[in-house]
Design a protein around this ligand. Sequence first.
Ligand code: FMN
Length: 381
Amino acid sequence: PPLHHLLNLDEIEAVAKTQVSKKCWAYYFSAADDLISKAYNNTVYRNILLRPRVFVDVTKADTATSILGGAFKLSTPLYVSPAAMARLAHPDGEAGIAKGISRFGAMQLVSHNASMSPEQIVADASPDQIFGWQLYVQNARTKSEAMLARIAKLPQYKCVVLTLDAPVPSKREHDEKAALEAELLIEASKSEEEKEKAKKRPNSNSGVGQQLFFGTAADLTWDTTLPWLAKHTKLPIVLKGIQTHEDVYLAAQYAKKHPGTVKAVILSNHGGRSLDTAPPAVHTLLECRKYCPEVFDIIELWVDGGIRRGTDVVKALCLGAKAVGVGRAALYGLGAGGWRGVERTFEILQGEIQTCMKMMGAKDISELGPRFINSRVVERD
Ligand code: FMN
């Protein structure tokens, strides 16, 4: 179907499934173990109710906001979460994601394992488009330092996102199974050449996730890693994969003690791809409201995981999130129609955010707050 016939993110996902390779689908769709966190990410926002107000002039609803302490303006509170290997879905790749979101003024966080170079991704972007670069610290620290030096030369990258929720590879069985099936196919093939080629690839019978993980450090700590990172980048640091109020509190303490370093945390369970049964971001957000509300004045809390509707985005913002990320949705958009599929995905989300704000009686993002939310069902979980 033409893209404008696709009316929501589920429909785009269904088309993407038919367009991409089996290997790509297994990698994107997969999550850890039994996919419990992934499924919960997708349902948790639906159990939070809205409390719309009436008799408000909502002829216009302004979705503009700013991030990183007001340093950068976004026309929508959305960002693309860092996700590896966009070219598995479509040759437009990460540059296609950049093009697709360009007219919405959203931010793009580029994965350490992107399928295009950081230079290529920003090459055709307008100078005011905002990017961040995501780091998996490598055992060979000099490799990470060299990447940080490269990023420093590209003015479009405004922050470094340090991912913390994947210190070891997780068990993503869909991804692993697809690799094992591919191995069987190669074995069954008669071509000796194919067999030789397959043997030479490192971990050729592992899933995409396992292969990308090779060389990633597991020895990161508050005391050693952050001073090292602050020495090698002048960009604001965003800590991704924070899942408890205790760690948000520690991040805020660090930010207070070391101004100009940590500016934001991303509450995330990695789209359910790391530790199964880890909490969805909105749970951590609610924990923070309860146990350490002061953190909201010290650092920004961004969230991702399971965003399917504009109402999901607005609910996260009402509960104190400063920006909201989509991971798979951007990849599925790309799979469904290249950069235009990403554009359609953001058009749908942006439209739904505006409709939701108007229906609730909120004229701009600064008006959003907990008064619009009834989260009792989720808090009882
Ligand atoms: N997070 C990272 O920090 N680095 C990555 O390289 C990375 N790769 C990902 C690859 C795929 C295919 C997916 C689906 C997610 C990946 N993530 C990665 C996690 C996302 O940044 C994000 O936390 C997650 O996708 C949000 O959930 P959602 O997919 O439900 O929107």
